[in-house]
Design a protein around this ligand. Structure first.
Ligand code: SAH
Ligand code: AVI
Length: 323
């Protein structure tokens, strides 16, 4: 361990390592070990997430697509004429297409995503399919994004945050993000947020432990990415995907569990693992319609409408005056 401490000091300060390396070293030297879920989404991780959305066990995408498809005209009716729609964590923009198809009021679309290659590919197709729409992609971390494209400065704004990506925040972070989005979207903005519902634990368990093992690959890709980009030597065969429902906290937890006592090297640092020790890679919080509305209200947003099929909720919120 003394060697690891020395190596760790040699690798600091974090600004010399880049944000990814710094976050990985900070997370893997913390107790318990953890990694930020935003790093799942390199090109390989984004492709694996797209496969997850098609799995029979992963109901959230099917539910939300059908809620958006059925209610797009009612949702679009809330949008001001000539508005810009800003989507946070747009992925394939598949869900935005449903709203864009129903909302002639949207004149500009700003997909924001951390996964740059994925975003550029989808934007090219979107421009072909919606030739009258101005599309301004932004490759950025939406939690720290300070400014939106200058081209939409004069337009009223609506926000779109589907997929229950808000569930990947701790509740206090979700509150901070909703406030941050409120500042970016401006007074009287409408915000459409997709949120997965609390439900029977066995349905949740299966959604994150699919029979084909795609979610396991998505989880393990985080270590594969660290090997690829930071030259680490994680033995992927010696880590297992663990996902379970933590009922006390209404969240699915994903971990990578070390199957044996082992060590890995990255950026001059040695990380030691006990047999069975885990890296906590993701939380996916589940809300009731009411608990999410309470969170939104405490974060400067008034609930307008919620559409649900009993599995998933799509919420329309309006910025609370002075919120
Ligand atoms: N909205 C899509 C994709 C959800 S997956 C859907 O509903 O199916 C989560 C998406 O958010 C991914 O595309 C990922 O790249 C992006 N993402 C995750 N964390 C992010 C962050 N901090 N900043 C920007 N994008 C992020
Ligand atoms: C993007 N996010 C809402 C997904 C979720 O369900 O928490 C990510 C995911 N993790 C495992 N499967 C899907």
């Amino acid at each position: 361990m003394a060697g690891a401490q020395t190596a760790l000091r040699a690798a600091w300060p974090p600004e010399t390592l880049g944000a990814f390396a710094a976050d990985v070293i900070a997370g893997l030297t913390a107790k318990p070990k953890r990694l930020p879920p935003k790093y799942f989404y390199d090109a390989a991780g984004s492709a694996l997430f797209e496969r997850i959305t098609c799995l029979p066990e992963y109901y959230p995408t099917r539910s939300e697509l059908s809620l958006l498809g059925d209610n797009a005209p009612a949702i679009a009716a809330q949008f001001p004429q000539g508005c810009a729609m800003i989507e946070f964590g747009s992925g394939s923009s598949r869900k935005a297409r449903l709203l864009l198809g129903a909302a002639a009021s949207v004149s500009a679309y700003v997909p924001v995503d951390i996964s740059g290659d994925h975003l550029q590919q989808d934007v090219a197709q979107l421009r072909r399919d919606f030739p009258h729409l101005a599309v301004h992609p932004v490759v950025a971390d939406f939690t720290t994004l300070a400014a939106l494209p200058a081209e939409i400065a004069a337009l009223p704004r609506v926000g779109f945050f589907p997929g229950s990506t808000i569930g990947n925040f701790e509740p206090h972070e979700a509150c901070a993000f909703l406030r941050h989005a409120g500042v970016m979207l401006g007074a009287a903005a409408v915000f459409v947020v997709g949120v997965d519902l609390v439900k029977a634990p066995d349905i949740l368990y299966r959604a994150y432990n699919d029979a084909e093992g795609v979610t396991a690959k998505f989880n393990l890709n985080l270590l594969a990415r660290i090997n690829r980009e930071l030259g680490a030597d994680f033995d992927l065969a010696a880590f297992e995907h663990h996902a379970f429902y933590n009922g006390a906290r209404n969240r699915i937890e994903m971990h990578l569990a070390s199957t044996k006592r082992q060590r890995a090297r990255l950026c001059g640092t040695t990380i030691e693992f006990r047999a069975g020790e885990t890296i906590h890679t993701e939380n996916s919080y589940k809300y009731t319609i009411e608990s999410f509305q309470a969170l939104a209200q405490g974060s400067g947003w008034s609930p307008l409408t919620a559409w649900t099929d009993g599995l998933f909720g799509v919420h329309a919120l309006r910025m609370t005056d002075g919120g």
